[in-house]
Design a protein around this ligand. Structure first.
Ligand SMILES: [Mg+2]
Length: 229
């Protein structure tokens, strides 16, 4: 059995910055206007929890409390759900992403999980809106509730997938992502990586040494990359 772990934003779904907008609006709604960076790459971590903690540190000029962090999370999830309902086609699948999971599962050789910087509820909202289905009930994998760093989320996904296999090793593990921080997390966790990206984004990943494909439009091409060929 082999394991493929997907990032969500920019890898499976395209949201045109809607989620990021809601994330920073939620800080203002909950804590008032504050001069915080609105670019995700301005932050040390690449997860909802990590960015929330650092943004609140800047806004409050001290470490945020657990209840302040939770307040931001709840307001964000509320805004995200509202804006998704209001915005037709808020989230779209990356080409082919809406069928890549079922094709992998049908093949019987690959187990599928997620490792995303999203809080679990945000992940579920985005995937459902983009018509991407992963199993019947709870989403499998690692989420921002599992830690502030991308690698902690990836390790949580690996642990859960391993537990489902009762500890027997996977023949191959691949993380699929669209950002350099995904590649760094894969390297830190000791798993293979396939980059998703076109144009400049694809070149950035390629220059960092990643195997890259544009999207999942051709399933067979993706499968070749997953197999490391
Ligand atoms: Mg991403």
């Amino acid at each position: 059995m082999k394991l493929v772990i997907f990032d969500i934003d920019g890898t499976l779904t395209l949201g045109g910055g809607l989620g990021t907008g809601c994330f920073f609006s939620a800080l203002e709604v909950a804590f008032g206007t504050c001069p915080i960076p609105r670019r995700l790459d301005a932050y040390r971590e690449s997860t909802d929890a990590g960015i929330s903690r650092e943004a609140l540190e800047i806004a409050l000029q001290r470490a945020p409390s657990v209840s302040e962090l939770d307040r931001h999370k709840q307001v964000y999830l509320h805004l995200l759900e509202r804006e998704i309902l209001r915005t037709p086609g808020a989230y779209r699948p990356v080409p082919g992403a809406d069928r890549v999971v079922s094709l992998l599962l049908e093949g019987g050789e690959w187990m599928v999980a997620l490792a995303t910087g999203n809080w679990r509820r945000a992940a579920a909202l985005k995937l459902a809106n983009a018509s991407i289905q992963l199993g019947e009930s709870e989403l499998p994998g690692g989420f921002s509730e599992d830690g502030d760093s991308r690698v902690s989320v990836l390790r949580a996904a690996l642990e859960r997938a391993g537990a489902e296999r009762q500890g027997s090793d996977f023949d191959r593990v691949v993380y699929v992502g669209d950002q350099l921080w995904d590649l760094a997390a894969a390297r830190a966790a000791g798993v293979d990586f396939v980059g998703i990206g076109s144009g400049e984004q694809g070149r950035v990943l390629e220059n960092a040494g990643a195997a890259v494909i544009e999207d999942f439009g051709c399933f067979e091409r993706f499968l070749v990359r997953l197999e490391g060929m």
